[in-house]
Design a protein around this ligand. Structure first.
Ligand code: NAP
Length: 311
């Protein structure tokens, strides 16, 4: 009789966690996936996924997430809504402390993903939800026929700008350099859109507004030093991601941005604790790479548990 509740506890229900759950289920491990709110992670706020293989016409993030969940559950994965407070490594088993109660497992896979980065300038917090948004899929439709801004120059800012052209009258794309970071294909698309005006070498100094909400951005051109006011009804910020590892920082070695170091088998420094997906230090944070991480982590956890059982 095992001394733990589950063979594997998977923390986080994005593509990495759901794939780890699928593989754990197929390996006939007793596995549970713990998700704070709803499964899907950032996929749930991605309008349209065009670069996940197997869907030549693209697929909505929500549908892809739902399909991954169904597939994992078909092979026996249990999914629970629970907020994890702490992970206590131990000899023989690890303890996952929840808001209510605790669970013990032989192996743990951390797949807690990442959250949106914030600019950290005045007005950003005050007007979040009242004109400032981090999720074009969630809030884009609020700005039908209005003039809005998007801040960032990576894949997220470019693909969300394309999405927002469905609603907005005009989109001001504000980027701090004179070259985008995002994929060339997205750059070409954005630069050919009449509704999009790019403000190169420009940073947001302040989000300004009144009791009604946001009414514009104070901008600065970093080359000329010139400042200006851009009147907009909404502003989206898509400047990258921060890993959800705050709760792990005294436990595991993290890189300078807070991503978890793993070996190629997704193993962390603590035997039996693995990390997969956006939470992990790597070079490409995509659904496709998260899925790969999840498969490798579950396979490595299975091997680890076999070794433990063989003593
Ligand atoms: P990202 O690739 O890290 O790009 C962040 C962008 O925001 C960069 O252009 C950066 O400017 C800018 N930025 C960062 N901090 C800033 C600040 N404080 N002030 C102003 N600008 C700032 O982030 P991402 O676009 O969110 O993408 C994250 C990951 O998800 C990437 O791996 C990306 O490939 C992936 N993703 C892929 C797709 C897709 O369709 N394939 C879609 C979304 C996301 P600099 O360029 O000057 O550094």
């Amino acid at each position: 009789m095992a001394q733990w509740d589950y063979d594997v506890i998977i923390i986080g229900g994005g593509p990495a966690g759901l794939t780890a759950g699928l593989y754990a289920g197929r390996a006939r491990l007793k596995a549970v996936l713990l998700e704070k709110l709803i499964h899907g992670g950032q996929m749930m706020t991605t309008d349209f996924v065009e670069n996940y293989p197997g869907f030549p016409e693209g697929i909505s993030g929500a549908e892809l997430s739902d399909r991954m969940r169904q597939q994992a559950e078909r092979f026996g994965l249990e999914i629970r809504t629970a907020e994890v407070r702490e992970l206590q490594p131990g000899d023989g088993f690890h303890t996952v402390k929840l808001e209510e109660g605790e669970l013990k497992a032989g192996a743990v896979i951390i797949a807690t993903g990442a959250s949106y980065k914030r600019l950290g300038v005045p007005g950003e917090d005050k007007f979040t939800g009242r004109g400032v948004s981090f999720c074009a899929t969630c809030d884009g439709a609020l700005y039908r026929d209005q003039e809005i801004a998007m801040v960032g120059g990576g894949d997220s800012a470019l693909s969300e700008t394309i999405f927002l052209t469905r609603f907005a009258k005009k989109i001001h794309l504000i980027h701090r350099r004179d070259e985008f970071r995002g994929a060339k294909y997205l750059q070409e698309k954005v630069l050919n859109m009449d509704k999009v005006q790019v403000h190169w070498d420009t940073v947001v100094q302040e989000f300004q507004g009144d009791e009604q909400g946001l009414n514009g951005l104070k901008l600065k051109n970093v080359k000329s030093g010139e400042t200006s006011f851009l009147p907009v009804e909404g502003a989206f910020v898509a400047i990258g991601i921060t890993p959800n590892t705050e709760w792990l920082k005294d436990l595991l070695p993290l890189d300078e941005w807070g991503f978890i170091f793993t070996d190629p088998e997704m193993a962390t420094k603590i035997p039996g604790i693995f990390a997969a997906g956006d939470v992990r230090a790597k070079n490409l944070w995509q659904i496709a790479t998260a899925v790969g991480d999840g498969a490798v982590a579950a396979n490595a956890a299975e091997h680890f548990l076999q070794q433990v059982k063989q003593g």
